[in-house]
Design a protein around this ligand. Structure first.
Ligand SMILES: C[S@@+](CC[C@H](N)C(=O)[O-])C[C@H]1O[C@@H](n2cnc3c(N)ncnc32)[C@H](O)[C@@H]1O
Length: 248
């Protein structure tokens, strides 16, 4: 299935607030993901690691990580040149020297990146691409020691291709995007085929309440269950967030 690039590049379609607000306060998923990467020993605050974040947006996640892991260096790659310029300007203006962004396409990454990084990151993007296999192959092709991904996954042998269409008040399509849920056994098999045999997986359970948006469009909110756990919901969908970490 071909990627619809307009949703990522067309000015009117890019949700700039999604990228900006993470600089003000990182998502809970980003903080919890880094806690987990620490716990399993992939990120270490006093080590000099070189990390690449694929489909990094404006770079808010690597900005958060650059403060948490000050000795490491971070490169974010994104297809949207405007997000890349804005992010680099932010890093320059704020004296952040261990973060930078470059324009690139995950389906056609520059060979100069191969072998240059210990860790490959992918935050909340895989489910928004048409399928998981080519992006995962692009990650393994970089020959890192490990790959860590946050996305929507199912802990069983089912994958769902979900094409979401959001309409404006006059019922014209205003946004079309994937919210695919990929089978964990299939995704980990794909990583193992490329030699990333040690796959660790954990569900992401959010620890704060998120209010329901006023507009009945996509936008994550939480509902609390009787046992205290929170379900994450966006529009008509449950959001089964998981973290995956794979190493050789
Ligand atoms: C849902 S956003 C996630 C951004 C960021 N990882 C975050 O967590 O805030 C997906 C990002 O993927 C980028 N993207 C989409 N297709 C891409 C491609 N083929 N190559 C590189 N980046 C791409 C978009 O421009 C967008 O910034």
């Amino acid at each position: 299935m071909k990627q619809r690039l307009d949703e990522w590049i067309d000015k009117g379609k890019v949700d700039t607030d999604y990228h900006e607000r993470q600089f003000r306060a990182p998502y809970r998923s980003t903080v919890t993901f880094c806690d987990w990467l620490d716990e399993i020993g992939l990120m270490v605050s006093n080590r000099e690691l070189r990390i690449i974040d694929l489909c990094s947006g404006q770079g808010a996640n690597i900005y958060y990580m650059s403060k948490r892991y000050p000795k490491s260096t971070f490169l974010g790659i994104d297809i949207n040149a405007e997000l890349v310029d804005k992010g680099n300007e932010f890093f320059r203006d704020n004296g952040i020297t261990n973060c930078s962004l470059a324009v690139g396409d995950i389906y056609n990454l520059d060979a100069k990146y191969i072998g240059g990084f210990q860790g490959v990151l992918s935050f909340q993007t895989l489910s928004w691409l048409p399928e998981y296999e080519s992006p995962i192959k692009a990650m393994t092709k970089l020959e890192p020691q490990w790959i860590a991904i946050t996305s929507l996954f199912y802990d069983g042998q089912i994958s769902c291709t979900i094409n979401v269409k959001e309409y404006d008040d006059s019922l014209k399509i205003q946004r079309e995007s994937f919210y695919n849920v990929y089978s964990l056994p299939l995704v980990t098999k794909c990583l193992k085929i490329s030699g990333f045999n040690n796959c660790q997986v954990t569900p992401f359970e959010i620890d704060i309440d998120l209010p329901k948006p006023n507009k009945k469009l996509m936008g994550t909110y939480t509902e609390k269950l009787e046992d205290g756990h929170r379900m994450q919901i966006s529009g008509p969908l449950l959001m089964p967030w998981f973290f995956i970490a794979a190493s050789k």
